[in-house]
Design a protein around this ligand. Structure first.
Ligand SMILES: Nc1ncnc2c1ncn2[C@@H]1O[C@H](COP(=O)(O)OP(=O)(O)O)[C@@H](O)[C@H]1O
Ligand SMILES: [Mg+2]
Length: 264
């Protein structure tokens, strides 16, 4: 499905500020995998997902999606295949646009037709249906600007938008981190439902180790630009948060130093 071979990324190469954000990453995910990603602050998690979505270019190595080498592809050429959301509800939806317009825009992503064609009657009914499945009552508010929604509702919308064009891959970068606990739980519930109903291959970064253990069929841990742990479904089932921290310490040779993670 997705395959990275020897992917390396430097920031500020050749200067005193040089950072090796990705250090010879080799990674493969199978179709339908739901993989959670944890690691301390600055481990390279966001850079990993940005390399896959094409938000940043890499210095060496290759990135393939279903066998197609897309290492040199710009972000917009990957956007139809890859849905992504980060933690900012403001960034993942267009606030001044209505719910209907946001969904139409997402639906048309990567398709070469004009926006107006997308918002015909049939499609509006279809939008109402998918919104209804969220269980937030948004289906009766299609003409309302998205900026009037709560952060949780916006992230739920962002999830719909990221999946409505049926991407091959869904990339979530701490998409519940900015939400209050109740909204975060709701958004995770919706995440799981969408991922499972579409059988979407998903990579989800979280700073919450319990979340990382609870969701998905595989867990990877990053440290200093490398994947230092890769835990499959069987082993993951019986792990606790404290097991994970012990494993981190044993593998990395250092203490887990991200308070956000430890306190989550
Ligand atoms: N756009 C950028 N410019 C310069 N350095 C960056 C940039 N993005 C990330 N970095 C650096 O790369 C390293 C990995 O960052 P990041 O992938 O954001 O880590 P994580 O998401 O695991 O916290 C960090 O040292 C960070 O400071
Ligand atoms: Mg990050």
């Amino acid at each position: 499905m997705i395959e990275l071979d020897g992917v390396t990324k430097y920031f500020f190469p050749g200067t005193v500020n040089e950072v090796k954000a990705l250090d010879n990453i080799n990674f493969k995910a199978q179709d339908g995998d739901f993989i959670t990603i944890i690691g301390s602050n600055g481990a390279g998690k966001s850079t990993f997902l940005k390399a896959i979505s094409g938000v940043i270019s890499v210095d060496s190595g290759s990135i393939k999606l279903e066998g197609l080498d897309m290492t040199g592809f710009p972000e917009h050429k990957r956007a139809q295949q890859i849905g992504r959301i980060d933690q900012d509800p403001m960034a993942s939806t267009a606030g001044e646009m209505t719910i209907k317009e946001n969904l139409a825009m997402a639906y048309m992503r990567g398709k070469k037709r004009r926006l107006s064609h997308a918002v015909n009657k049939k499609r509006t009914e279809n939008f109402a249906e998918v919104l209804k499945d969220l269980g937030l009552g948004l289906e009766s508010r299609l003409e309302v600007p998205v900026e009037t929604l709560s952060g949780g509702q916006r992230q739920a919308m962002a999830l719909l938008m990221a999946t409505i064009a049926r991407p091959k891959l869904l990339l979530l970068d701490e998409h519940t981190a900015a939400l209050d606990p109740k909204a975060a739980r709701l958004v995770m519930k919706i995440t799981r439902r969408l991922v499972e109903s579409h059988g979407l291959t998903t990579l989800m970064i979280t700073h919450n180790m319990e979340q990382a253990l609870k969701y998905g069929n595989r867990l990877i841990m990053m440290h200093r630009g490398k994947i230092i742990l890769d835990i499959g479904a069987e082993e993951k089932k019986d792990l606790t948060v404290s097991d994970l921290i012990d494993k981190f310490t044993a593998t990395s040779g250092s203490a887990f130093d991200d308070d956000r993670v430890l306190l989550a």
